[in-house]
Write a new protein. Structure first.
Length: 117
């Protein structure tokens, strides 16, 4: 999966084409993503004992990963992703500006703490 939680993505097909939002959840097995504020579906609930009025609940619908593109924080456009793999980490690179798309991820070296008495 090239898209990660927290990524800013743009929808490139479907009725929400052109909308952007942050990825709230990645459904890896279904290759879909939930995007905040995009593809909101209304569910009409029948009245039940718990909720005698019934009602309408709005929930984002998952969108196929192939229908979204990552918005590069450097050039501000939806871009294709290249991957650069090094011994320590996988980096996602913007194909337009070659900027690193994983500014948040850093190589975390595990340091064993020495307990000195
Ligand atoms: Zn870029």
């Amino acid at each position: 999966m090239k898209i990660k939680k927290g990524d800013n993505v743009m929808v490139i097909s479907g009725k929400d084409r052109g909308k952007t939002g942050a990825v709230e959840r990645v459904l890896v097995d279904k290759e879909k993503v939930l995007i905040a504020g995009v593809a909101i579906a209304k569910h009409h609930l029948k009245p039940s004992k718990k909720d005698p009025q019934g009602g309408i609940v709005t929930m984002p619908t998952p969108i196929a990963v192939s229908n979204v593109m990552l918005v590069c924080p450097h050039c501000g456009k939806p871009v294709r992703i290249a991957q650069r793999v090094s011994a320590t980490m996988k980096e996602r690179i913007c194909r337009k500006c070659q900027g690193n798309l994983d500014t948040k991820t850093q190589v975390t070296t595990k340091v064993k703490e020495k307990h000195v008495k």
